[in-house]
Design a protein around this ligand. Structure first.
Ligand SMILES: [Zn+2]
Length: 407
């Protein structure tokens, strides 16, 4: 019996990285090393990939760092500590489930944060991945991000969202999904004073992602996952709707009893209810990752020959163990991240002397700078990907991978 895999933030200190190879400490040096990394033949010691896998291909494991250039908050700064707001602690799943007041607070903050999140768009790093996919270099993406930028920027590269997504909500009772946009409209309707405040905040530029200082000066702080902190706000007045499916037909609970879903005259969930609570479709902290998602992520690793880690300190165990799995398969590992990465020295042991990126790369620049440069470099050198199976076109491979990952 394996332990369930939970999403838990890791807040320990992280060591400063050693750049590999040494001359990858400049932008051209980093691009050259990554180009060699992605195009080198797989090492002879690599364990054979899954039957439909491709040992020449690379799987990406991405995190919050890749979305920073889109204006979203990162969990960590270069020194590996929570940087946006030192006192910020994300809500845990058990608190969310157990406590009506905690949910009010969560949804009030999320109501204020959604507008910016919804407005934010993928950045050049995501579009560079799209190009690397078309070149046959990237086979799949596993992301810890909940912003949906990967699937927006490169819908034809199979992408697994390890920690779910904010674009929808899921009912904890009936497990039906609800689009976030619709939910946001309900929140505005149920909380007219908050909606007016949000409109004012947007008009004043206090929520402008371009302007964090001004935002702080106006008493608001933004955190990852679309959370906005408003010190002293009357969270207890906030109202949120019940799951429309459960409200229409309250389901029978697991123990055979009839559940109750009660709302006030305008449709706000009431604490006398025993069902119909909506949660964001993200894996909240302290919540287990579905085994189907966990296995699909393992298959994504096992189907490729190399792992490229982008914009993450691998702080969550669910992501870190995928890198460890890649290492155990003998996959060369490349890391592009500002700041230290959990346990990274173990990924770079026993490298061949004089290797220039073929076996490993560790660079420290923004993904939005390096990845587009990498695409240009590969185009200039006329790189073409050779697959083992000549009858495969990219489209077929992608749809097959997608099916495998979600089956
Ligand atoms: Zn429901």
């Amino acid at each position: 019996m394996r332990k369930p895999l939970m999403r838990i933030p890791y807040t320990g200190p992280l060591p400063a990285p050693s750049i590999i190879p040494r001359n990858a400490n400049t932008i051209p040096g980093a691009i050259a090393a990554l180009s060699r990394f992605l195009t080198a033949p797989p090492p002879p010691t690599l364990l054979a990939p899954l039957p439909n896998g491709d040992p020449q291909s690379t799987v990406i494991l991405s995190g919050a760092g890749i979305s920073v250039a889109s204006g979203l908050a990162d969990y960590r700064g270069a020194n590996g500590t929570y940087r946006q707001n030192k006192t910020y602690r994300p809500i845990y799943y058990h608190e969310f489930l157990a406590n009506h007041e905690a949910r009010k607070r969560y949804w009030a903050r999320s109501f204020l944060g959604w507008t910016n999140l919804h407005k934010a768009r993928p950045n050049p790093a995501h579009y560079a991945i799209k190009n690397l996919g078309h070149m046959g270099i990237i086979r799949s993406v596993v992301t810890q991000n909940v912003d949906s930028f990967h699937s927006i920027a490169h819908p034809d590269i199979p992408t697994l969202e390890l920690h779910g997504y904010l674009r929808a909500l899921t009912c904890v009772t009936c497990h039906n999904d609800l689009p976030r946009e619709k939910f946001q409209e309900s929140l505005a309707r149920l909380n007219p004073a908050w909606a007016a405040f949000l409109e004012e905040a947007i008009a004043s530029g206090a929520l402008d992602t371009e302007n964090p200082d001004e935002r702080r000066a106006k008493g608001m702080r933004t955190n990852p996952d679309g959370d906005v902190d408003l010190p002293g706000a009357p969270y207890s007045t906030f109202r949120y709707p019940a799951c429309p499916h459960c409200l229409e037909k309250p389901p029978i609970a697991g123990d055979g009893t009839q559940t109750r879903v009660e709302v006030d005259e305008e449709g706000a969930w009431e604490s006398t209810s025993t069902a119909g609570i909506l949660k964001p479709s993200v894996v909240m902290f302290g919540e287990s990752i579905a085994s189907r998602v966990k296995e699909a992520a393992e298959q994504a690793i096992d189907g490729s020959g190399k792992l490229l880690v982008l914009g993450t300190s691998l702080a969550t165990y669910s992501a870190w163990r995928l890198a460890r799995r890649a290492r155990e398969r003998g996959m060369p590992i490349g890391i592009l991240n500002l700041g230290g990465v959990r346990g990274e020295e173990a990924f770079f042991q026993n490298l061949p002397i004089g290797q220039q990126g073929e076996a490993s790369v560790r660079v420290e620049f923004g993904t939005d700078i390096i990845l587009p440069g990498l695409v240009d470099q590969l185009r200039r050198t006329g790189y073409t990907h050779t697959k083992n199976d000549a009858s495969d076109d990219g489209q077929h491979t992608n749809s097959r991978v997608f099916k495998d990952m979600l089956s």
